[in-house]
Design a protein around this ligand. Structure first.
Ligand SMILES: NCc1[nH]cc(CCC(=O)O)c1CC(=O)O
Ligand SMILES: [Mg+2]
Length: 353
């Protein structure tokens, strides 16, 4: 099916040019094809490169021991027991991936209206952070701050009469971030889209002495259909009542993303994130150009699922689609990408070296 990577069609055996088909050379000053004539020449003029330094690898943790449970809507992605999560952390380190991100599948029996398990210092995420940091202190660990893995209704915040409460939620998120920092995480990443949470978390972290814990703000996060498989993975898909459009952004908006990012920077974000990724590369570019901040994109579960499913059907080449999609983030100005392909991409980069 696919032509072999790096080997131009011109070099393959094929019918020779018919001598009758001749033409006077065009009088062209520039022939852009010259710089594409061979792999070495293409490498020489290549504008953007993906390296392992650009990758953050999201992992799903679940109860149990010695267990990897496949997520059906994310072929190739498993929910990991804590010990297995430590093994993948080790793999990240071996592959030179700088940072992993942790997401819990919480036992439905532990989910409640207020997401109280989020504040349990012995919850799955905290246990995983401790276990990973004990063995691999030099690997970056990012924790998501939001209540959806812990609430019985699947929302990122507290709900009252069908409304998602902003300020009350922020007070809980602050406590969640503190619990994660206490467990030893390096980066907290609020993904909830409540107003004012970055500033509140920064103040609380500083007061508690966690001045070096970074904040990666999910600053421009859109209400998206592409989160579907993630909600399967953390078990919130069935629980979710309604949608998240009163707090996540409208996919039609772009200027509003700049206002969101500006506020999060003013409140103390160290890095900003745009999410989803591929359908929002225009936002990544605007954010990077406007603020010059360390800017990240999240190639979310649905984007991963599209590529994995099409590749699984033999309709596209998995590795090539993966690498093409990842370098697109670099081209758009991103400093890095959260991607479920992180380990596979790092393996590929290693082979190509
Ligand atoms: N706050 C929850 C959260 N954090 C990351 C994702 C999605 C990631 C993905 O789809 O891969 C979501 C889902 C949501 O907002 O419903
Ligand atoms: Mg905001």
């Amino acid at each position: 099916m696919a032509i072999k990577y790096g080997r131009p069609i011109e070099m393959r055996d094929g019918p020779r040019r018919d001598a009758a088909v001749t033409a006077a050379p065009l009088d062209l000053v520039a022939r852009l094809r010259r710089n594409r004539k061979a792999e070495w020449a293409r490498r020489l003029v290549r504008e953007n490169v993906l390296t392992t330094d650009d990758l953050i690898w999201p992992l799903f943790v679940a109860d149990g021991a010695d267990r990897r449970t496949p997520v059906p809507s994310m072929p190739g992605v498993d929910r990991l027991s804590v010990d297995e999560c430590v093994r993948d952390a080790e793999r990240a380190l071996e592959l030179n991936i700088p940072c992993i991100a942790l997401f819990p599948y919480t036992d439905p029996a532990l989910r409640d209206l207020s997401g109280s398990e989020a504040l349990n210092a012995k919850n799955l995420v905290c246990k995983s952070v401790r276990a990973i940091k004990r063995e691999f202190p030099d690997l970056g660990v990012l924790c998501d701050v939001a209540l959806d893995p812990f609430t019985s209704h699947g929302h990122d915040g507290l709900v009252e009469d069908g409304r998602i409460l902003n300020d009350e939620t922020v007070a809980v998120l602050v406590q969640q971030a503190l619990v994660q920092a206490e467990a030893g995480c390096d980066i907290v990443a609020p993904s909830d889209m409540m107003d004012g949470r970055v500033g509140a978390i920064r103040r609380a972290l500083d007061e508690a002495g966690f001045v070096d814990v970074q904040i990666m703000a999910y600053a421009a996060k859109y209400a998206s259909a592409f989160y579907g498989p993630f909600r399967d993975a953390i078990g919130s898909a069935k629980a979710l009542t309604g949608d998240k459009r009163t707090y996540q952004m409208d996919s039609a908006n772009s200027d509003e993303a700049l206002r969101e990012v500006e506020l999060d920077i003013a409140e103390g974000a160290d890095m900003v994130l745009v999410k989803p990724g591929m359908p929002y590369l225009d936002i990544v570019r605007r954010v990077k150009d406007t603020f010059g901040m360390p800017t990240f994109a999240y190639q979310v579960s649905g984007e991963y699922a599209m590529i994995a499913a099409a590749a699984g059907n033999g309709w596209i080449d998995r590795d090539r689609a993966m690498m093409e999609s990842l370098v697109a983030f670099k081209r758009a100005g991103a400093d890095g990408v959260l991607t479920y392909f992180a380990a596979a991409a790092a393996e590929k980069l290693k082979q190509n070296r």
